[in-house]
Design a protein around this ligand. Structure first.
Ligand code: PMP
Length: 456
């Protein structure tokens, strides 16, 4: 198909995730054709530096031949095995074992899904089953964070607290509740300790309001991703975990973005010695080379379900649960993180990423720089002292992303004047330099536009 007929066919037939459909019809699709290392090439031949690892998932970079080889081998040998009827496959069993070894010690059992949304949905289903099976059927209320993102299933979009995922979808569900986001830049906190104690207080107050006997679990991302890369202070995650233990509710860490080296250690929970009751993962698990996610749970939850269900089957399953090709890919991806040196590479280059973002604080458009590991964001302000953002009508993040594209750089524009960055763990020092060279040039170009200047 020619470029123009691809664009036309896309407009006619292909519905895209999380875009405005009419805006997409007017704009047309950008077709990506190939990729290698940290660069993707569009169908017009533009070679772009990807500073967002696809959708914060291609942590190992593009074109890793060893993954291609492992996938081809597994497809030849056994392209599919169901997990139903007590069947299984060696790659899935080996992967479950590795995940249990490499996640916090509290997590002992793994259920494989196709991505993050169904991992979150599965977590909610397992929690519901667990409390029913252990004689606490009233524990059905769920608490999550404002600005949190937990996927696009009905239940997960309700745990999500971003307006576009609720509006028109009749969400949230009545059992879904929120507390404030740990958003230091936009909060009024004297210091990190004050933010943490306000958050603990908010969770305690919400549980008291709902009644501890009615609350099942608290869900959170260790660093909020889709809500605008909100990086809580060190100590926050542990404080929330400990508060959940004290209140007798389950603590669920959604590490779909933060997992697999994105923030430094293999999992963000590791950095603070946090042991969640359940953890959801996806994205970096297969680094985007095939779809796969997982929910991990403690032995107590697993045993509660296993021993409290009589002889009946636990009615939860997907055709592609524990897919052998995805599992084989994940095993190779795991090897690249460890023996392949990618975690070490990311750790050694994270300071360069941090310095590059922080250096842009001198730019007239930039009010905040925040980051951990290779996850980061810049927040744009029209006035640094008052932290006033730009009017949404100006569409500044989208305009910056479009200008960046012309400068051969891809990252993510969020609403609320936020630019997000999640480079692959395989980035080189020279690629970080290129990222920040292109980013500053882009910000300067947009700053020179008269309506942007006028808004300062
Ligand atoms: N949880 C979090 C924290 C996520 O960031 C995402 C995806 N961005 C999901 C869940 C849903 O994952 P998926 O898109 O793979 O369904």
């Amino acid at each position: 198909m020619s470029i123009s007929s691809l664009i036309e066919a896309d407009r006619k037939h292909l519905i895209h995730p999380v875009v405005n459909y009419r805006a997409h019809e007017a704009r047309g699709v950008t077709v990506l054709e190939s990729a290698h290392g940290s660069f993707v090439r569009d169908i017009e031949g533009n070679e772009l530096l990807d500073a967002f690892a696809g959708l914060w998932c291609v942590n190992v970079g593009y074109g890793q031949q060893s993954i291609v080889d492992v996938a081809a081998e597994q497809m030849k040998k056994l392209p599919y095995a169901t997990g139903y009827f007590h069947f299984g496959s060696a790659p899935a069993i080996e992967l479950a074992t590795q995940l249990v070894e490499r996640t916090p010690a509290s997590l002992q059992h793994v259920y494989f899904t196709l991505g993050g949304s169904d991992a979150v949905d599965s977590a909610v289903r397992f929690i519901t089953h667990y409390f029913n099976a252990t004689g606490r059927p009233r524990k059905k209320q769920f608490i999550s964070l404002a600005r949190g993102y937990h996927g696009s299933s009905t239940v997960g979009s309700g745990l999500t607290a971003l307006p576009v995922f609720h509006r028109h979808f009749d969400l949230p569900l009545p059992q879904q509740h929120y507390i404030a986001s740990p958003y230091a830049y936009r909060g009024d906190f004297a210091d990190d300790a004050a933010l943490i104690s306000a958050q603990v207080g908010a969770l305690e107050a919400k549980v008291a309001e709902l009644g501890a006997d009615n609350v099942a679990a608290f869900f959170c991302e260790p660093i909020q991703g889709s809500g605008g890369v909100i990086v809580p202070p060190v100590g926050w995650l542990k404080a929330m975990r400990d508060t959940c233990s004290k209140l007798g509710i389950l603590f669920v860490a959604d590490e779909v973005i933060t997992g697999f080296g994105r923030t430094g250690p293999l999992f963000a929970c590791e950095a603070e010695g946090v042991e969640p009751d359940l953890m959801t993962v996806a994205k970096g698990l297969t680094a985007g080379y095939a779809p796969m996610g997982a929910v991990l749970m403690s032995d107590e939850i697993y045993r509660g379900i296993a021993d409290g269900s009589g002889d009946a089957a636990i009615g939860h399953g997907y055709t592609y649960s524990a897919h052998p090709v995805s599992a084989a890919i994940a095993l190779e991806v795991m090897r690249l993180y460890h023996e392949g040196g990618l975690l070490a590479n990311a750790a050694s280059l994270a300071p360069r990423f941090a310095q590059g973002l922080d250096a842009l604080l001198d730019h007239p458009l930039v009010g905040d720089s925040r980051h951990r590991g290779l996850l980061g964001a810049l927040e744009l302000v029209s006035d640094k002292a008052s932290k006033a953002g730009f009017d949404a009508a100006l569409q500044l993040p989208e305009r910056i992303a479009a200008a960046a594209y012309r400068n051969r750089l891809i990252f993510r524009a969020f609403g609320d004047n936020i630019l997000g960055f999640a480079p692959a763990l395989s980035y080189t020092a020279a690629e970080f330099d290129l990222l920040f060279e292109r980013l500053r040039k882009t910000l300067d170009e947009v700053l020179a536009q008269s309506d942007v200047r006028a808004a300062l």
